[in-house]
Write a new protein. Structure first.
Length: 499
């Protein structure tokens, strides 16, 4: 074979081999990519849509079988209405509150102590701690911001300031007579307000029996946190019984049961929100912002307003910038516009009020976070009234067990729940707001002292809620129709007054 023939054969062999390789690649490409365009579909699984997530919330219930027996904390899970934990706490608890975070609870006990505990599914008796107070302290209410404790103390008319967890007594700030609560932002460097009735009677009888005949007016002392001293004394109405702060910390609202008014304090200026200049009992001249109207309070005005109101409790609804007020002595609820303009001044509609009839002696009220409805605890007739906050009309009345004093709520995107507590019953009544029916009841040990939710407004967190102690103008444990001398003798903690 010639050299040229040999080379030609080798070339043909290489060509055949290369063709085979190319053909194999084409076949592989077809197997991989398929025929036609080289599109490879991607399959994404479609997850089924379920109900909206439930808010992470617990319901803390404090109950007691007698004024001297140990109190019981019961923790109920919002999503299932099941008892998650239960354990004894301090002796004879008289009032109960949670701090701003909604996780730490405090009770004022019959022996003058404060109990500290966490409200969670892992709550255990071994983790309960007791707050140190002066041995002579007569604590009425406790204010618990995110850090520290402020306790209104009738002994010596002071505000006891505590720090740490459990709280350790730090100092006492002298204030006017009969301090009933403290309210404010709780932020370091700002100020809190001591709400005092400023009367000689320290038993609470006067402001419960005949609040409109009490002589003199209350005071709000602004306590500067930087120095723990009183910087200003602001006059209030007769028998102030409760106060709350707007979420933006610009306004303080004080409920005066004795003269049916709500005093508005501009906490940024540390003055009455709108007033004429005046001289207080310390000789200080208090002036107001010159652009504000000349009035001293947001009165209960509007159609069908009764001669007396007796405001005893309120909530601020952020969705509508309204106060929802329980008027205990008038069997009504007042819905008051307290909106501000873009500069932080009162809006043109500030003070506009709608008055809504409800059941007998509404002791407290709660509003759903979306501002659609409110619910009252009507103490004397044992009912809950549902209110439409858009049309300002009562919608439905539901009977509950006992004579309710407290009503709180939790809401998510689809539904909410309302928890109703009666101090003469061991049952918590739970109302479903999507159907406005009584969903179930939860039985606890002993009669209920008070109830709080760790997440009042679903995912929005809890506003600072001050404890409420019966007496001093607050509704008693029993309504007037049942608060007899015999009942008080049997259970002195029901209230500090006679009918």
């Amino acid at each position: 074979m010639s050299l040229s023939s040999s080379r030609t054969g080798q070339a043909r062999a290489r060509l055949v081999q290369g063709g085979a390789v190319l053909a194999g690649a084409l076949v592989a490409g077809v197997l991989v990519n398929g025929c036609g365009a080289g599109y490879r579909p991607v399959v994404s699984p479609i997850n089924p849509s379920g109900p909206a997530a439930q808010p992470q919330a617990f319901v803390g219930i404090v109950s007691s079988s007698s004024p001297t027996a140990p109190g019981i904390l019961t923790v109920v899970d919002y999503s299932g209405d099941t008892i998650m934990a239960s354990a004894p706490i301090g002796p004879g608890p008289r009032s109960f509150t949670l701090d701003e975070t909604g996780s730490n609870g405090y009770t004022i006990n019959g022996d003058g102590t404060l109990t500290n505990f966490q409200v969670s599914s892992s709550f255990q008796a071994k983790n309960i701690q007791f707050t140190t107070l002066p041995t002579t302290a007569n604590a009425v209410n406790v204010f618990s911001p995110s850090a520290g404790l402020w306790v209104s103390d009738l002994t010596g008319n002071v505000i006891d300031v505590l720090a740490g967890f459990p709280g350790t007594f730090k100092l006492a700030v002298p204030v006017a007579t009969t301090p009933v609560m403290v309210i404010g932002s709780g932020l370091v460097g700002q100020r809190n307000y001591s709400i005092t009735q400023n009367i000689a009677d320290t038993t609470g009888v006067a402001c419960n029996v005949a609040p409109r005949t009490v002589s003199g007016v209350g005071e709000a002392e602004s306590i500067e946190e930087a120095s723990f001293t009183v910087s200003t004394r602001i006059p209030l109405g007769k028998c102030p019984v409760y106060a709350l702060e707007s979420p933006d910390t610009r306004r303080i609202f004080v409920l005066n049961r004795g003269d049916d008014t709500i005093t508005v304090i501009n906490s940024q200026n540390n003055t009455l929100d709108a007033c004429t200049p005046f001289v207080n009992q310390s000789g200080q001249t208090v002036t107001c912002h010159p652009s504000l109207p000349l009035s001293t309070s947001a009165g209960l005005t509007g159609a069908s307003v009764p001669a007396t109101a007796g405001p005893v409790y309120a909530e601020y609804n952020a969705a509508t910038s309204q106060l929802i007020v329980a008027d205990y002595d008038a069997n009504t609820v007042s819905v008051i516009d307290v909106s501000l303009d873009i500069y932080g001044n009162d809006s043109p509609t500030f003070g506009t009020t709608f008055t809504i009839p409800v059941g007998a002696n509404p002791a407290s009220v709660t509003a759903l976070y979306d501002g659609s409805r409110a619910y009252t605890a009507n103490q004397s007739d044992g009912t809950v009234t549902e209110i439409n906050l858009v049309s300002h009309t009562p919608v439905k009345t539901l009977p509950v067990i006992g004579h309710p004093r407290t009503v709180v709520s939790v809401q998510n995107s689809l539904q909410g729940k309302v928890y109703v507590a009666s101090p003469d019953s061991p049952y918590i009544t739970i109302v479903r707001t999507d159907q406005d029916i009584i969903d179930t009841t939860v039985l606890v040990q002993g009669n209920v002292v008070d109830v709080r939710t760790s997440n009042q407004n679903g995912s929005q967190g809890n506003a600072i809620v001050v404890s409420r102690n019966p007496g001093f103008g607050q509704p008693c444990y029993l309504p007037p129709t049942l608060l007899t001398p015999t009942a008080i003798a049997a259970n002195p903690s029901t209230c500090s007054t006679l009918p």
